[in-house]
Write a protein that binds this ligand. Structure first.
Ligand SMILES: Nc1ncnc2c1ncn2[C@@H]1O[C@H](COP(=O)(O)OP(=O)(O)OP(=O)(O)O)[C@@H](O)[C@H]1O
Length: 361
């Protein structure tokens, strides 16, 4: 296990000649705590795999370095970096049994027989693979094979980190749920540093203690699932995480007042020195906007549709050209499509050029 520091890393696939704004990975510095469960979350093409491959040594970055426990590993190969990797598709030997597959990474490192047996059994037990240990891997389904790949990634206790690149893509949805929570249990049991790459927010939020959100080659926020939900640092985090995503609305902001579509809203904090010329927006999650009967003083909205998600209902409304999602309180009955919106001031954030501005008390 190791603490991993990324120091001013940047990468462009054309050898660093491109305009920095088009880098696959823009300048990034951060620390991955020893023993942490991280998710690297972002849409396709945002640079997740590039970052993962730089950590493992598959890609040599155009700039910057990677440290494992303070030691520069840039000259080391993946094998020398002592990283375990689990990919999207199973990487196992069909001619071997499940047990032999799990034992393989340990045998390769010259671990003794007794230790191999104990570790293989521990991992097989955690992944419910004990009954299949003596079966030939070739006879298993794609799901079961991917479970073995996960096991092979987790079997060594001495790795610097385990990197997962979208490991549940080929897994059947029902088993996906099971494996996702199992990985969390495995993390606690094995005390390994794990970095889990995904574009799926549910996967990221269920697995990780810390989620690193990437957007267009940059890390835009690193935080707990709760922090990402309650205080998105970037408008992208607001609408990428959450379902429906955060409402991001053009606004004029002065002190403790915001004006949206000509309507005055009170803010919980004061925003004095917003950068001149910046695009100002307010962000509020649908959970903190309530639909109500139209009334003077409320922002007037026209309901387009209501989605019933079982435990909660969300209305999709229009205010002029703006689209807003709002929570529908239990028991609310409305005559027609006209309604009012009530905003919770404590949950309204102000953004300048997509970055959250910290207001003053
Ligand atoms: N080997 C390569 N050569 C040139 N460009 C590449 C290469 N690999 C990735 N890219 C580009 O770098 C950017 C980041 O890609 P990357 O694969 O890191 O993103 P990602 O977030 O992992 O996406 P995905 O989930 O689709 O793999 C993309 O614009 C991609 O087209």
């Amino acid at each position: 296990m190791a603490r991993i520091d990324l120091v001013d890393l940047a990468h462009s696939y054309d050898g660093g000649n491109a305009d920095p704004s088009s880098f696959a990975l823009k300048p990034t510095s951060m620390t991955w705590r020893q023993g942490g469960a991280y998710a690297l979350l972002g849409p396709s093409g945002c640079g997740k795999t590039t970052l993962l491959n730089i950590i493992s040594g598959i890609v040599k970055p155009s700039r910057g370095k990677v440290l494992f426990d303070g030691r520069d590993v840039m000259a080391l190969t993946t094998q020398q970096r002592n990283i375990a990797q689990v990919f999207q598709f199973p990487v196992i030997y069909d001619t071997m049994t499940v047990g032999e597959n799990l034992a393989f990474p340990l045998k390769n490192r010259g671990v003794g027989r007794a230790e191999i047996d104990a570790r293989v059994h521990e991992i097989a037990k955690l992944l419910d693979l004990v009954p299949q240990l003596d079966r030939k891997a070739s006879r298993l389904t794609a799901d079961a094979k991917q479970k073995i790949s996960l096991g092979r990634g987790l079997v060594r206790a001495d790795v610097a980190a385990v990197l997962f690149d979208e490991p549940l893509t080929v897994i059947d949805p029902a088993l996906k749920w099971e494996l996702r929570s199992k990985l969390k249990v495995l993390h606690r049991a094995l005390d390994l540093t794990m970095i889990y790459v995904t574009h799926d927010q549910t996967e990221a939020l269920t697995f990780a203690d810390t989620v690193v959100v990437m957007h267009e080659g940059s890390v835009v926020q690193t935080g707990t699932p709760e922090e990402l939900f309650l205080r998105p640092d970037h408008t992208f985090v607001g609408y990428f995480i959450g379902s429906p995503g955060m409402n991001v609305l053009p606004a004029e902001v002065e002190g403790r007042q915001a004006r949206i579509a000509g309507h005055e809203l009170s803010l919980a904090r004061s925003y004095g020195g917003l950068p001149p010329g910046a695009r100002i927006e307010v962000g509020i999650r649908p959970e903190f906007v309530s639909l109500a009967a139209a009334a003077p003083g409320l922002l007037a909205a026209r309901i387009e549709r209501i989605d019933d998600l079982g435990r909660s209902r969300f209305a999709h409304v229009r205010v002029g050209d703006l689209k807003i999602a709002a929570r529908v309180p239990r028991g609310l009955s409305l005559g027609g499509n006209e309604a009012g919106l009530i905003f919770e001031p404590a949950h309204i954030h102000v953004y300048a050029d997509q970055r959250r501005v910290e207001g003053a008390a």
